[in-house]
Write a protein that binds this ligand. Structure first.
Ligand SMILES: O=C(O)CCC(=O)C(=O)O
Length: 228
């Protein structure tokens, strides 16, 4: 074998590797920048929604802002590949979002179902172009002392098309104690929940999220004062 030829072959391979890792790096950087910009816009929207919710409860518009100083907010990028037997597969199992608010972008494929409170039926949330789905989470339910109720939802997969969704989970700081706001409590409507620490609640949920345990995952129902 010709050492000179080998040397130049190695050089070419090295250059190709450099190019690949460079373009991968560029892609990651571009992706990070886009996500950071997206998160900034979402945060602005989340605070606006929070103000509207506060107003709807008869509170000062910035009443809830203090809880979000050291937020534990995050974005999830969901990809659901097509599945030939959607009935046998689960996109995301039924759940309620534990945080304050979720701002969900979904593409035009559809698959998100919400549980209707009146009859317990699962109803498809039809994708509407250029719009977001807003989920009230458990924390708003507790703060409002059950005036708001968090929405139970699930995701079914599609037999032919892949689906993408991008939820933005707006969550308070981990040291936040979650309990009914004092303005939401009265003699006629006493507090329905004991206080709990959001950081502990969230990490307990996350640590057991993907395991098939026999025990039920932690829920706000465990903090209800009238639990059996
Ligand atoms: O994909 C969706 O439409 C919802 C996703 C979701 O509920 C979740 O990621 O917790």
């Amino acid at each position: 074998c010709d050492p000179e030829r080998n040397g130049s072959l190695l050089f070419v391979v090295h250059m190709i590797q450099m190019l690949i890792s460079n373009s991968r790096c560029k892609l990651i950087c571009a992706c990070r920048q886009a996500l950071e910009e997206y998160a900034e816009a979402m945060e602005e929207l989340a605070f606006k929604l929070l103000e509207l919710i506060a107003r709807s409860l008869g509170l000062r518009p910035d009443r809830l802002h203090g809880f979000f100083k050291d937020q534990t907010t995050f974005i999830r990028l969901n990809h659901y590949p097509p599945c030939p037997s959607p009935d046998l597969a689960l996109g995301v199992g039924r759940h309620k979002d534990a945080g304050a608010l979720t701002i969900l972008y979904q593409d035009d494929v559809g698959g998100l179902d919400v549980r209707r409170r009146s009859d317990g039926e699962w109803v498809r949330v039809r994708p509407v172009p250029d719009s977001y789905v807003i989920n009230v989470g458990d924390i708003i339910q507790v703060w409002s002392n059950d005036r708001y109720e968090s929405a139970e939802h699930r995701v079914s997969v599609n037999s032919e098309k892949e689906r993408f969704s991008m939820p933005y989970f707006f969550n308070p700081g981990s040291d936040a104690m979650v309990e009914p706001l004092e303005e939401m409590v009265s003699d006629e409507r006493p507090a329905r929940y004991d206080a709990y620490n959001w950081g502990n609640f969230f990490s307990t949920r996350k640590n057991s999220n993907f395991r098939k345990l026999d025990v039920e995952n932690v829920q706000i129902a465990h903090f209800r004062k009238d639990r059996p």
